[in-house]
Structure formats: C-alpha cells, structure tokens
Design a binder for this molecule. Sequence first.
Ligand code: PPS
Length: 367
Amino acid sequence: MGIILDRLFPGAGDDGNEVAELESGHRVEPLPSEEMEQQNQHWKGYPYGLVRLTPGRWVFPKNYKYFADRLYRFQPRKTDVFIMTYPKCGTTWTQEIIWTMRNNPDLSHPQANDFIFLRSPFLDMDMLLHKPKGLPPLNDPLLTGFLKLCPFKNPFNGLMLQMSEAIRDPRTIKTHLPFSLLSPALLDTAKVVYVARNPKDVIISYHHHCRINTMHSYVGSFEDFVQYFVDDNLVYGAYWLHVKEAWEKRHHPNLHIVFFEDLKAKPTEELQKLNTFLETKLTDEQLENIAQYTSFNEMKARMKASGFSEENSDIFNKDIVQKDGGFFRKGESGDWKGKLTPELEAKVNKWIEDNMNSLGIEFKYSI
Ligand code: PPS
C-alpha cells in the first residue's frame, strides 16, 4: 500500500514538519506553532501550514518544500524569457505583452485566447494549489490542459512544473520566486524581465487577491494584512528583498526591469524598450497594436472568452468577487491613496525607509 501511495503521491510519507536543507542552500522549517495558530485565524487557504526559509525568511505554503529542489533545478534555456515579480506587480500583464510580442505580433494566433497559463506557465504555482501535492479539481482548465500536454505524466508531480518543462520553445515563463530560489544559471542563460511596483499599491492589490483567491482565503482585517506585509510574513515573503535581489543585478545584459507605473503611463515606450531587449524586431505599428491589445479593458474582456473566469473556477471566492471585483480589479497606479489610513501609511513609510530607501529606487505615486 505504501509503495502504491508513494507512486501516486510522491513524498506522501513526508509530513513536511522536519527541518530540511534545500539545494539552494536554504534551511526550511515549519512556522513555530504560536505563529501558525495566529496565521490559521486569518488565513483559510493554508490547510497544510506554512514554512519559512533561512536565510531570507521567505514564507511559503508547506507544499513548497516538496517542489523546492525541483524548482531550483529547473533548467533555463537560451530562448526562454522569464517574467519575475513579487505577487501583484503586474506579472500577468507583462506576461501577456511578452507572449504576444514573441508569438502573436500580428494578433492572429489561433491559441491566443487559450487561458494564459496554458501558453505561458506559472512555474511555481503547484505549491499554492492546496490539494494533496498540488492538484486542482478535475474540471479545472489547468488539469485538462496538463493532461493534453503531458498525457503520460503523473499530475501529482506538479502540473505547472511539468508543463513548464513540456511546452515548446520559445518558452515565456512566469515566476514569483526570487533569484536566490531559482537556478544560479538563470540569468546567464535566459532573459529575465523583472517587474516592480509601488509597494503601497502592491499591498492594496495583494490584500484583494488574498481575499478573493481560495489559495489564500484571507479573512483577517486590512490592518492585520498591512502588518503581515511590513513584517515580511506574507506568502512569498519580503517584498523589499525580492526587489533587492533583482535590483542588484540590474546591469546584467540579460535582465530588464520594468516598473508597473511606467508601463501604465507610457505603454508604447515601454514596449519599445522590451522590443530592443527581447530582440523581437516589431514595427511601431505592431507595438501600438499590442499595447492596445494588452490594455486593462481588453485583457479583462478576453479573460471571459478564454474559458477561465472567476465564475467557473474553484480558485476564486465567488461571493467576494461579486462584491469587490475579480482578478482585473483596477489596474491603476496610486490606488492606495485614500485606502491607507494615515497610521497605516506611516507604518508602510517606516518599512520603506528601513528596507527600500537604501536601494535608491524612486517609486512613482509614493507621495
Ligand atoms: S498575480 O496574481 O500575482 O500574478 O498578479 P499580477 O498579474 O502580478 O498583478 C495583478 C495586478 O495587475 C493588474 N493588471 C493590469 N493593470 C493594467 N493593465 C493591464 N492590462 C493589467 N492586467 C492586470 C491587475 O488588475 C492587478 O492590479 P490591481 O491594482 O489589483 O487592479
């Protein structure tokens, strides 16, 4: 029985509670029980608990431990483009821009309306799917897409991880992992587009995301959420450290950093920079068309047509989506104004002063 179970759910015998060393050189251990108890009151999306890594204090659902070494070993290829961001910095937007620039410059690709993760996988998503060893419901487009692309693979071994390995070149891959948790060969092999966003807008957007998304199901207060953020205790850990790791590599020729605020203010100009970085050689007209095609309203409308929407996916808390909006919430810069009370703003300002100011990045809409 043990052998059958282990074949089906590799690693099923490991309850994940032991302290372990990862190939990345990090130590991984479960959150201390008092901290986990407090988390359990505020979060209903981590039924297996959370782990923390040292160094870096990165926080992840416990399933991360199961995927960590394979994510670290994931082999980048020369033709890959990775879109790397902390959650809610505009990954999906940039991902759609880049996938379109590389695969659909004339907006005529027959698969362009397929759910984005089937064309451009989210490498580290498996750990967030809080089913045993990361498996969504049987009718989920991710699972049906996986079975089509990887018919002879075991889905319990990671849907997105195996799809990331299986999709055809050139691959456009999304990740929320920081550089230190991915292959050390990444930047010397593939191109990486890093997207950063004003931390105050990240808080607003991540709070909404964690409420609507069953992978997190946040039920605590907004004030507590801001506290989790400034304590670096949200899933994916410290935003400042995530940005710092990329910022320190900003002169590497394979790294291009985009700011959400710039993309919003002057999309065509930013697409022109991407055109140079990615060597896609698109015309001004093609870039104009792609900027329009990837605008907030057009992407929001297309999501409905893709067969994946908040209404038909178990990934969303539908009642909250109905009340407060879905994944495409606002898509604006500076929305934090009027949402952070003066006390919360002071708390975030202190966090910025302590952690981000030394990087010398001037986020727009920060005052
Ligand atoms: S995730 O779930 O972490 O991958 O989210 P991510 O894609 O990184 O970020 C989601 C926010 O980006 C906004 N968004 C856009 N803004 C402008 N234009 C376009 N096309 C676009 N697409 C997505 C999305 O609405 C989230 O921001 P908020 O502020 O919550 O609206």
